[in-house]
Design a protein around this ligand. Structure first.
Ligand code: PMT
Length: 329
């Protein structure tokens, strides 16, 4: 069976995947209005000079059927985003955490996806009540306290997506709501976003039948939404994008190319296999990237690379805010 888009010429394809028309041709997520109201409320509840970061995290899916049974997923557990959100909170940021449903979440991440399962942290006490195992009490207590503190202070807002389309609608919505705050807002785009999709009008309506034989997929290219984000949606904000590659020969040139093409502030380049202990920070001003690296033994001891990465980004963001204030004065 062949699932080919119904358009035939490259001109038509370009029109369909244009960022501006994408939103006319695809359905918004059911939580869009809720997200709009919650983000507007969250932003309003912050102090006027509060630094805010939008952290995107986890992978987007692209459905193969409108009534979706099958989909193509993008690799990302959500470690980078959830760990970074914790670091941003510790540095005083208010965090909007736009994440893939069921991916790792700040503080909960240490337990929710454990290979032994949640129950392995619990035991029954002699009086019959359920208790945290003593060896977990300190760490779990610290994570619980931090999570409850930031939630009570209204410093952490969770918004979830599943598909590419959900993500793009929500990204645009949140961007437009926070853009007015200008330089004090950082975008930290760690989500792994699909580069290929099937427009909904070209998708099979119902479950693709295996009785029809082999399946050939033809997918359209997703436009890069960094373009409209940087240029139109949030032009004054501090924007950090990520570049993921598996071929080391491509990484540096692709990161530089992204900076040149979109004109934003920072690209964090990482390789799939070493991303947990080594990243490179590219800017337009610096010829050589800054390397951020930790020992693998530090990682095993619980030191995430995001502690160093987020600290460095927060420092650069502070400088960006100051420069914007000076040029405004
Ligand atoms: O979650 P973990 O398991 O910890 O993994 C973290 C990570 C490896 C996923 C993360 O560090 C990372 O690299 N995220 C970005 C992955 C990605 O989408 O890379 P890319 O090279 O395909 O895209 C580059 C940039 O373009 C991204 O910032 C993305 O937001 C943006 N993009 C991508 C596709 C698209 N259609 N539009 C976009 O704007």
């Amino acid at each position: 069976m062949s699932l080919t888009p119904s358009v035939s010429s490259s001109v038509d394809l370009r029109r369909i995947i244009d960022p501006d028309t994408y939103f006319d041709n695809n359905l918004p997520p059911t939580n869009l209005q809720w997200a709009h109201d919650e983000v507007a409320r969250f932003v309003k509840s912050q102090a006027p000079d509060q630094r805010i970061v939008l952290v995107t995290s986890g992978g987007t899916t692209v459905p193969l059927e409108n009534n979706t049974v099958r989909f193509v997923d993008n690799f990302s557990a959500g470690t980078r985003g959830s760990s970074s959100a914790e670091q941003f909170l510790a540095l005083g940021y208010a965090v909007i955490f736009l994440h893939r449903e069921q991916s790792l979440q700040p503080f909960n991440r240490h337990y929710s996806h454990s290979t032994q399962g949640m129950l392995s942290y619990l035991q029954r006490a002699t009086d019959g009540s359920l208790r945290i195992k003593p060896e977990w009490e300190d760490k779990m207590g610290r994570d619980l306290d931090a999570y409850q503190k930031y939630t009570a202070q209204d410093k952490l807002l969770m918004v979830s997506f599943t598909t590419l389309s959900d993500y793009l609608f929500l990204l645009r919505e949140v961007s437009l709501l926070v853009a007015g705050l200008g330089p004090q807002v950082m975008f930290y785009l760690a989500a792994a976003v699909s580069d290929f999709f099937i427009p909904s009008h070209s998708m099979s309506e119902h479950k693709i039948q295996s009785a029809e034989g082999d399946l050939t997929l033809r997918m359209n290219q997703v436009p890069k939404f960094l373009g409209p984000l940087v240029k139109n949606w949030a032009p004054l904000c501090f924007i950090v994008s990520f570049k993921l590659e598996t071929d080391p020969q491509l990484l540096g040139s692709k990161a530089r190319h992204a900076l040149k093409k979109y004109g934003h502030q920072v690209v964090i380049a990482n390789m799939l296999n070493t991303r947990k202990w080594q990243v490179w920070l590219f800017t337009r001003e610096e010829i050589e990237p800054a390397t951020i690296q930790i020992d693998q033994s530090d990682l095993a001891a619980g030191h995430d690379i995001e502690q160093d990465l987020v600290k460095e980004l927060a420092r650069r963001h502070q400088k960006y805010i100051k420069e914007a204030q000076v040029s405004h004065a």
